[in-house]
Design a protein around this ligand. Structure first.
Ligand code: PAF
Length: 268
């Protein structure tokens, strides 16, 4: 992969990487389209597909994660992706270096999924070093991940511009995610409550965060199999909690529907 990447560089071709863990859906298609728009026809669009073990803190979650390589490749073909980079393994035995961030990752997903972001940053650093992209595209659905990757790029001086694609939603409001295929039909209906919670927050500008969080927890947990992991109102840049829900702040939430943990977020 890296040899190929050096050849593209030498030929002056612009390269854009869309890192994924596969189980591609319409949300990924829109990220791929964003990638193509950025580098046009003469550029190279690379989609990486790798279920990265280092970012799973729960072995069961890693085992259950959907793997659909042949339909993923079909989607990539349909979207005119130039290269699918789908390595079997990106780690040597006993690797002893990882990328760690010490501020943004001390909250939210970082608390609920210990080690997750170090796993994400380490694999993204590896992918950047292998693919040598000029641009890389991430989905806004993983809002904290985007903030953490931007910080890594800034603090480690990666010569990569980060592009962010909007969250795509199902008709019932459910944010598209590879994990959605793990939901039963009933749970898919119940999962729509996450986007209703975001909508409810938009109607509640001016509330105290703690009051609104309590209300939302009640709203969400009315669904028989929903259990809130966290609901947080944060400043969009620093991700630090805000005490009052203001226009321009962001709600981030993680909810388990049965055994499937979903995250979502929205600008207020
Ligand atoms: O967002 C994802 O699918 C993953 O966290 C990423 C960025 C591909 C790293 O494994």
């Amino acid at each position: 992969m890296q040899r190929q990447a050096f050849d593209w560089r030498q030929a002056g071709r612009r390269v854009v990487l869309v890192p994924t863990m596969g189980a591609l859906h319409d949300g990924h298609r829109s990220l791929i389209n964003l990638a193509r728009k950025k580098v046009k026809k003469g550029g190279v669009v690379v989609v990486s597909i790798y279920v990265n073990p280092a970012q799973f803190n729960d072995p069961q979650d890693l085992e259950n994660y959907p793997r659909t390589l042949s339909s993923d490749k079909k989607i990539c073909r349909e979207e005119s992706v130039d290269i699918v980079f789908a390595p079997n393994n990106l780690y040597k035995k006993e690797e002893s270096v990882e990328v760690k961030e010490n501020s943004l990752t001390t909250r939210l997903e970082g608390v609920h999924r210990p080690g997750h972001f170090a796993g994400v940053m380490t694999v993204v650093a590896k992918l950047f070093n292998l693919v040598l992209p000029d641009f890389s595209v991430f989905g806004e659905k993983d809002f904290q991940q985007v903030a953490v990757i931007r910080r890594m790029v800034r603090d480690l001086n990666y010569p990569v511009s980060i592009l962010v694609g909007p969250t795509l939603r199902e008709e019932n409001g459910l944010a598209m995610s590879s994990r959605n295929v793990l939901l039963t039909n009933d749970h898919r209906d119940q999962a729509a409550v996450l986007s209703r919670a975001i909508e409810f927050s938009r109607q509640s500008i001016g509330s105290r965060s703690s009051d609104l969080k309590r209300k939302l927890r009640r709203l969400i947990e009315k669904q028989p199999d929903a259990q809130v992991d966290y609901i947080e109102f944060v400043d969009t840049i620093s991700l630090s909690p805000v005490t009052k829900v203001k226009k321009g702040s962001r709600i981030l939430l993680a909810v388990k529907i049965g055994s499937v943990r979903l995250i979502d977020n929205g600008l207020l």
